[in-house]
Design a protein around this ligand. Structure first.
Ligand code: HEM
Length: 667
């Protein structure tokens, strides 16, 4: 029996036409049922095996029934059958589920998910989760544009659907109400699962991969560090760190070729900003190269590579000694750790303990080291464990740098593609900054709403990351997908059920580009966030209302509340990004400074004719291409020709930028 076939490195089950009956049983009716090819059944093992399994499953999971018990006489089922040894494996102690419904998921719990999938596919059992199983060519999933493949499946199977990769399977969620449930209402039922496994060697128990128990303690210590006085001070720092970038761009505009690769430039400035703000370290990456900078980039590349690798080969015995790429990774991470350890040590040696209220009232203009690390070390009752501090710093270094660079890259890309929007953006910058060469203040950022909306629209079209990852610890039911209440016959169908150990992809990309929530969803239209929208075809969704965020001067961007979870640039619920305001301020300051001083056009000598990834919903026929790891990158770089703008002013370094703040912001 052929259990698995491979597609470009990923392993997917070869399914027979039992898929059709499974989809019919599901509560989630596909918008268009997939066409299925009828195949010959190979053997006659099915009836006997189903009987054995029935006995076993009565003990294990009372609600799973062999599908030949199903009352629907009309359903035609064919099953390939399970091998004779199948039952024996599940008698082994290691393969047994933990029997718990809370706490960390065991190997046996994950194995049980695998078991139920295989028994569904080959044994003819009903699905435990009531979700359709996606089937089709998985090419897009394997080559760095996985989120596009997942979007195509969503158009066929709805939300959620189940995707199997060899022993792994994921429920792919593309619905705002189901997002709300998982991220906010039932957050305690989930942890970071696969993501934590991948990131552990890099971020340890840092906030992003942290298990719920560690997270609770760490979030309480880190979140207050992003307080308003500190954010106000950071606006000045962002302007200060952008000065070397402007000088570099000016030099490029004066060169004979006028060529510049902007993705790389935005990455450098974002790295310099995060180094200074989080641990007062000057990477100076806009102007120079160093082994430490290279180590940061290599670590990022490795993190992304791991997120796209089906099996954790780095955990194999001796792999770290024998595989050259792992040896290199370990050297890089060793170098970064030693830099961070030194900074932590220094911060501890000059520690001045204060309680949170005192720290929040610090005059940051007078403080020698205004970094987040300083705050975390000085906080009364702080956890001073070096390893934990290092994990937190590494997490913020990685999480807070490429993401912001990607927002800037895609915002600039879309603005150049949409000259009307560019005109509007530059007019706003000129009006607010009044033709001066000063760096924007917080008040300016608050006034530059269109620039902020360009960043928000960039995040809608290119969410960073395009998928969030969770693993179920406590079994729970999901709400039915939006629009179900209008579909006949769906009231009595069961809700999707998430079993313990099940891995989840929350496909933010799918929601952000869904026409039901965002008409003309693939178009770059920052002004859409000024228009209220409600869709009668999805009555469960409250709609988007700009008043829900614009009525408060403190809220910088359209958030998940204003769009009833159809827009989640920074996630939502307890695990929402701690750096959201920091990132929006940073992106607005950087974009405004660059657009004030320069005009851009695509360097068409770099245009690609690569049409490998065009699909019904999205075409990549543009000069940059897309690929993804943790964030969505260009495939070929953002190559531009640059011109200094006529009404330009001197861009000399202005050390007052860092103190240049006039207003306050609350979190
Ligand atoms: C535009 C830039 C950014 C984007 C799009 C972004 C996006 C996100 C998203 C979607 C999450 C939720 C992940 C999940 O639920 O699994 C998250 C979490 C997080 N982000 Fe950001 N982020 C950005 C910038 C930053 C910055 C600047 C920092 C720090 C300086 C940061 C630090 C974190 C941390 C620590 C978490 C984990 C929060 C927790 O689990 O409690 N991010 N981010």
């Amino acid at each position: 029996m052929l259990l698995f076939g491979t597609t470009k490195g990923f392993v997917i089950p070869q399914q027979k036409n039992i898929l059709s009956s499974r989809i019919l049983q599901s509560s989630q009716q596909p918008e268009e049922p997939p066409t299925l090819e009828k195949k010959e059944q190979k053997d006659d093992t099915t009836t006997l095996l189903v009987k054995d399994n029935e006995h076993h499953h009565n003990q294990l999971a009372s609600h799973q029934e062999p599908s030949n018990n199903n009352n629907n006489e009309e359903e035609e089922k064919e099953v390939e059958g399970l091998p004779w040894w199948w039952e024996y494996i599940w008698d082994l102690d290691a393969m047994k589920p933990s029997g718990k419904t809370t706490g960390a998921v065991s190997f046996g719990d994950s194995a049980n998910v695998f078991r139920t999938n295989i028994e569904q596919i080959y044994g003819g059992y009903d699905s435990l989760d009531n979700c359709p199983m996606a089937e089709g060519a998985l090419d897009d999933l394997a080559d760095g544009t996985m989120f596009i493949g997942l979007q195509q499946y969503k158009n066929t199977f709805g939300s959620p659907y189940k995707l199997c990769f060899g022993p792994k399977s994921f429920l792919v969620i593309s619905d705002p109400m189901q997002f709300k449930h998982i991220l906010r209402d039932a957050n305690a039922c989930y942890d970071k699962g696969v993501l934590a496994e991948i990131l552990k060697p890099i971020m340890g128990k840092g906030l992003i991969p942290a298990d719920p128990e560690t997270w609770k303690v760490r979030r309480r210590q880190i979140a207050p560090a992003f307080h308003k006085a500190w954010l106000n001070h950071m606006v000045g720092l962002f302007g200060y760190c952008n000065r070397p970038l402007l000088q570099k761009l000016k030099a490029a505009s004066e060169s004979s070729s006028r060529k510049v690769e902007m993705e790389e430039r935005f990455c450098s400035v974002a790295l310099d900003i995060i180094g200074k703000s989080i641990f007062n370290y000057d990477f100076g990456s806009v102007t120079s190269e160093s082994p430490v900078i290279k180590a940061v980039y290599n670590t990022l590349v490795e993190a992304e590579h791991r997120s796209m690798t089906p099996a954790p080969y780095w955990d194999l015995p001796f792999a770290n000694e024998l595989v050259p790429r792992l040896r290199k990774f370990n050297d890089d991470i060793g170098l970064l750790n030693s830099v961070l350890d030194e900074l932590i040590q220094k911060a501890k040696e000059t520690r001045t303990v204060e309680d949170i209220e005192e720290l929040e009232q610090r005059n940051y203009d007078q403080v020698k080291d205004p970094s987040l690390l300083r705050f975390m070390v000085d906080m009364k009752g702080a956890d001073m464990d070096n390893k934990q501090l290092r994990d937190d710093l590494m997490t913020m270094l990685i999480a807070g740098h490429e993401t912001t660079a990607a927002v800037l890259t895609w915002a600039l890309y879309e603005l150049v593609r949409n000259p009307e929007c560019m005109k509007k953006a530059q007019e706003e910058v000129d009006r607010v900054l009044g033709g001066s060469d000063r760096a924007p203040t917080l008040k300016d950022v608050q006034e530059m709403e269109y620039i902020r909306l360009c960043c928000a629209e960039s995040l809608r079209l290119y969410p960073e990351p395009p998928l969030l990852i969770r693993r179920c610890r406590t079994p729970n039911d999901l709400p039915k997908q939006c629009g179900s209440s209008l579909k006949e016959g769906i009231e009595d169908s069961p809700n999707p059920h998430v079993i313990r150990g099940m891995d989840i992809f929350l496909a933010t990309y799918n929601i952000h580009r869904d026409e039901r929530f965002w008409p003309n969803a693939n178009a770059f239209d920052p002004d859409r966030f000024l228009r209220p929208y409600k869709n009668p075809e999805v009555p469960e969704w409250k709609g988007y209302d700009p008043d829900r965020w614009r009525s408060s001067a403190q809220i910088l961007y359209p958030n998940e509340g204003s769009a009833d979870f159809a827009y989640l640039p920074f996630g939502a619920g307890a695990r929402k990004c701690v750096g959201d305001n920091f990132a929006m301020l940073e992106a607005t300051v950087s974009l405004a400074m660059v657009l004030r001083d320069f005009d851009f056009e695509f360097d068409l000598s770099k245009k690609t004719t690569d049409m490998d990834h065009d699909g019904p919903t999205f075409s990549l026929d543009h000069p940059v291409g897309m690929r993804t790891g943790a964030t969505i990158h260009t495939r070929y770089g953002l190559h531009m020709l640059i011109n200094e703008r006529k009404q330009q002013h001197a861009t000399t370094t202005n050390n007052n930028d860092i103190n240049n703040k006039e207003e306050t912001i609350t979190q």
